[in-house]
Design a protein. Structure first.
Length: 136
């Protein structure tokens, strides 16, 4: 679904129409509308909800920045939204680790190393001790 930014208004319009039709299908009591929500795989519903939630937050962030609310420019607001999103995901991973549901495999180890490197670099940039050391 890659395309140019000039296609974005058309994609938004098409997605809006698709979502409206999906809403009608979900709310329809008629069996001809397709499988009921309860018959759909819960993992697929959770993924769909996560994507819709993130897009909703992203749009809200753009609209808020456009109206001048929050005092941050659009890039700062989007960065803030991404950090909030990543924080939620990391909390979910933390709960899985605490519950021993996160299996040790190469992908998990690689991810955790990447998170550790990012955290270490951010910590060094944002702690007072590291700023003092760089000033001298």
């Amino acid at each position: 679904m890659q395309g140019s930014m000039s296609d974005l208004p058309k994609k938004i319009h098409a997605a809006t129409q698709d979502l409206r039709q999906l809403q009608r299908d979900i709310q329809s009591p008629l069996p001809a509308a397709g499988p009921r929500l309860a018959e759909i795989d819960s993992a697929a519903l959770k993924e769909f909800k996560a994507v819709v939630d993130y897009v909703r937050q992203l749009i809200w962030t753009y609209l808020q920045a456009e109206s001048g609310e929050g005092g941050l420019n659009i890039d700062e607001q989007v960065r803030s939204l991404r950090l909030q999103h990543v924080t939620k995901m990391l909390h979910a991973i933390q709960q899985e680790v605490q519950g021993r549901k996160l299996e040790s495999n190469p992908a998990t180890v690689s991810f955790l190393h990447a998170v550790q490197e990012i955290a270490d670099a951010a910590f060094q940039r944002h702690t007072p001790e590291s700023k003092i050391g760089r000033a001298s």
